[in-house]
Design a protein around this ligand. Sequence first.
Ligand code: GCW
Length: 714
Amino acid sequence: MKQRLGIALGLALALMSLLGGPARAESGYDLWLRYQPVEEDYAAANQVAALVTGQRSPTLDAAALELKRGLTGLFGTPPAQGSAVAADGALVIGTSKSMPAIAALGLPLQGLGDEGYLIRSVSIDGHKATVIAANSDVGVLYGAFAFLRLIGTRTPLANLDVASSPKTRLRVLDHWDNLNGTVERGYAGASIWDWPALPEHVSRRIIDYARANASIGINGTVVNNVNADAAFLTTEYIEKEAKLADALRPFGIRLYLSVRWSAPIELGGLKSADPLDPAVKAWWQSKVDEIYRAIPDFGGFLVKANSEGQPGPQDYHRTHADGANMIADVLAPHHGVVMWRAFVYANDPKIDRATTAYNEFVPLDGKFRDNVVLQVKNGPLDFQPREPFSPLFGAMPRTSLMMEFQITKEYLGQQTHLAYLGTLYEEALKSDTYEHGPGSTVARVIDGSLDHHPVSGIAGVANIGNDPDWCGSIFNQANWYVFGRMAWDPEISARAVADEWVRQTFSNNPAFIAPVVDMMMKSREAVVDYMTPLGLALIMAHGHHMGPGPWDTIGPREDWKAPYYHRADAEGIGFDRVASGYVAQYHAPLKDAFAGVATTPEDLLLWFHHVSWDYRMKSGRTLWQELVAHYRKGVDEVAAMQAAWAKLGDDVDPERYAQVRDFLAIQHREAIWWRDACLAYFVQFSRRPFPEGYKPKYPLSYYEKMPYGASPKP
Ligand code: GCW
């Protein structure tokens, strides 16, 4: 009987594997927190026998629960739980206050600050143990996730000595989520915030969102769009936001709001929103007091003012500093901050849009309150596949500056294209501003160390929605992950983060990890190549920014039209930013290098210069030939990713495997579209022949008429 059962089981297993692996469907909902069983040899060498906890708190409970969940999944059996070390192999967690055994060890916790943690192999009462120790409960929670990451990446647990604390203070997701549940530039379904269900109900998804964020050290969330609706400041909504804040608090996450500058008029019935009008300040004062009564640890405000039609202090002939300081003053007694966005530009075709934020804000350096931090996009235009770093970094030594990255891929293929943004973030953070000579990197500007600022931070425009996999695609999850990891440590490498993400999300099989990390590391450059090579920018289709539109001249503003940016003509292509005054905004030696065509890095050539079609590139090709070569290479890289993925089915469940395969097919089709449409357009200016073996499939008029969402059949 037993034998027959065994045979039946064997048959069932064989059938299952014939049908394509484990039966459990994998939507991707678990993100990188999958906690799948470790290999036998790792389990044999690294068991965690017991979880030892001390005094409780909501955050320490969250840490213990996560460890229990994680260890059970990873090792197959739940750890014993207790309050003292009774045998070898215990994991002891807590602060010196919550756990006497940790206090007794006399660990060097001083340098960890209020969010750092220490993971160390120790001996307690003659037993081998591991401690996760911190100065605060949230430090313990971060340490718990870090410990699970060590196992997830198969780090041996003997002789551990890890100490880590975040280099930046504000590590924030900016949700561009609207009141009606839509998400501006969101490609992963509707907003995760269920406002109609609040304040009564907080869904499981919100708790899982908080866990995911805590696992990578994110400690703030701006819940609404910077194009803000004043309704988020009503008493009704403050009650809902308070309930959300309560749910996020155990995970170390503070809630912030984007505010609409004209809220005192819209909600308060005032005649003006002039920051120097005492009635306006009084309105904000009472609003802020109301918020803090409901949310004692409220983080503060994010403001998009006098930008793309939003109201702001300039409507009253006041400066950005006047506006920011007024609300900073009302937030200060509560320890709240103002994140004031520097994303401003004038609609004047004679002014280079890339110069405007610098011209507007540099004169205000030193005029902002201590609790104001200027939030600057990584590049001076708008989240392009490649831009040089914004010259504001390094130009405002007396102002706290924080980075704004976009995690959602508005300009990099949106939902479907595989583009790992770790390399983009790394490129921006490692850029040297030369503010105080070599080594004055953007990372050091935004972590506050270069000019000794107390407020430092990174914000990422979230790519999160209600889709089963949260981000619209499995590989988009890596961008949320790397954002958090780089916010914690702006100097961590994109490759190292890709490696740990792949291990936790998919598999620890080296034969899988190497090709997938390789795909990820090349993916963003592939997008640059098939969309905007050699420093081109903003040639996406108008409005939705999906697909090519170098011909696009729709819209009310000159600086929303593609030819404004690429400037292709019979002579050549590119934007002369020496003439526009932009190059001079950088410190030497950058401004000297960028001033010359030959000394400008080729990957940014057309960003800085209008260059002749026959200019000889370092490769020996003419500029025209080089442009064609890049567009072709981008498409070839996507084909290479498809070929690599085709070999990797064994390590991935069928559902996630198929999604990646299908999305790569879409990306390939759309990369061809980009290549052919752009080259069909640019050839009318260059009038140079296409290299042997290449020609766009259709005439330009075909691409110009393509409706949104459609791309040609290959
Ligand atoms: O990139 C542009 C986007 C807008 C966005 C704006 C901004 C929220 O296309 O959708 O508005 O930037 O950053 O304010």
